[in-house]
Design a protein around this ligand. Structure first.
Ligand code: G3I
Length: 376
């Protein structure tokens, strides 16, 4: 999501008032959403329904033993927030540095956690030299080498990749609704199908996903994005790309109108392409809510629980990744801050690693989900 998008999203989607907030959470029950003492970890509440729970991590944060212990307790899988991105792994062309990502891989291995890869190709985090190449005659070859290099380096250790991230952007005016960045010109679906082939050749056992955002709600822009994503996924299947799933990022905010019935139909259309579905980056912004923490926490928890209901009702859904477990680590603190300057509370745990109502809201969504039976 480009910074403008996020700020645009902040203004556009949340121009509502506290009344709108109440409407957005009107489905929440009267009873407060509170974690019971000693409640089972989210990974277990998910597994009890045949689902998976995991979270985004950052290698520097994992060096804190208290935080590391909570990640290992709550998550069955982890995904590096930035450490696998091109801009982080190949600042100097031809000199890849995977040290930070390897720290996270070692943590996953040491704690028996599955490791998700994010992301092999994304316009949003590229080294300057690569940005220049993407506008040149060798763009396709340079892009495919990046995909092969990073997926190949972690062959057998990353079970599932976001191979391509955020390739859809209706605002760019293409009939395909494909994003012009990072190429600065239209490219066809074949470029992205090649990314999936390159990833499959580099690690034939890895599950390969397409990942995107802002398809969850009621805005016209979101309907445009749903059409763009479905066209992208259909094209990948038509072109024979080895694609296995769709990651719906789910960066939410209380006050943003959801469209549960429409979203459920969209997810069914994705599943009917033979694809799995995973919530890949769940967080719930509270930047339109009043300052009171109890009010914010309850609204965030109810919003997340209500959001997850149609997603977890979809048999093709594999699970939910929170985009960070702890409030202070969230990207939202910097990118979509609260107008009153108070820290946001978008994550399942507070800064003291206590479980919050959002933690329970996610847990209740798992508890209420239909049983998911699946192959390996
Ligand atoms: O680690 C350095 C630190 O040493 C330095 O002092 C600091 C200076 O600002 O930067 C730190 O790196 C930052 C990194 O996050 C780790 O916190 C980068 O500047 C910053 O650009 C990077 O932002 C990440 C962003 O993607 C771009 O890669 C966010 O953490 C991450 O949450 C965000 O995640 C994206 C998904 O990949 C795709 N979907 C949207 C989502 C939110 O934007």
């Amino acid at each position: 999501m480009a910074l403008l998008d996020r700020r645009g999203f902040g203004r556009l989607a949340l121009g509502g008032t506290v009344a709108a907030v109440a409407a957005a959470t009107s489905g929440c029950s009267a009873a407060p959403i509170e974690p019971a003492p000693g409640a089972r970890p989210l990974r277990d509440r998910a597994a009890a329904r045949g689902l998976e729970f995991g979270c985004e991590v950052q290698h520097l944060e994992l060096r804190d033993p208290a935080y590391a212990a909570v990640v290992a307790r709550e998550a069955a899988m982890i995904v590096p927030g930035t450490e696998l991105k091109w801009g982080e792994t190949e600042k100097v062309r031809g000199q890849p540095d995977y040290a930070a990502a390897e720290e996270i891989a070692a943590f996953a291995e040491a704690h028996g956690l599955r490791l998700r890869g994010h992301t092999a190709f994304w316009y949003g985090n590229m080294p300057p030299w690569a940005k220049a190449e993407m506008r040149g005659p060798d763009a396709r070859a340079v892009m495919l080498k990046r995909v092969s290099d990073v997926v190949g380096h972690f062959r057998g250790r990353i079970f599932e990749w976001d191979v391509v991230n955020e390739a859809v952007e209706p605002k760019d005016g293409q009939p395909s609704r494909l994003r012009l960045a990072p190429f600065g010109r239209p490219v066809d679906y074949g470029w992205f199908a090649d990314c999936f082939h390159a990833a499959h050749r580099a690690d034939p056992k890895a599950k390969l996903y397409y990942n995107d955002y802002f398809v969850e709600g009621a805005m016209g822009m979101e309907e445009e994005r749903r059409i763009g994503v479905l066209d992208f996924l259909s094209a990948m299947k038509r072109l024979g790309a080895p694609i296995h799933g769709f990651g719906t990022q789910s960066h939410l905010a209380v006050g943003r109108a959801l469209a549960p019935a429409r979203y459920a139909r969209f997810l069914a259309d994705v599943a009917n392409l033979g694809l799995e579905i995973r919530v890949t980056e769940l967080d719930v912004g509270d930047y339109k809510l009043p300052a009171d923490i109890a009010t914010r926490d309850q609204a965030v928890a109810a919003y997340a629980r209500d959001y997850l209901k149609p997603v977890l009702a979809q048999p093709a859904t594999r699970g939910v990744m929170a985009w960070g477990l702890r409030d202070r680590d969230s990207w939202l603190q910097k990118v979509i801050p609260r107008p009153d300057g108070l820290p946001e509370r978008p994550s399942p745990l507070d800064d003291q690693l206590n479980r919050k109502p959002l933690w329970e809201g996610i847990g209740e969504a798992f508890d209420a989900a239909p049983m998911h039976h699946r192959s390996a």
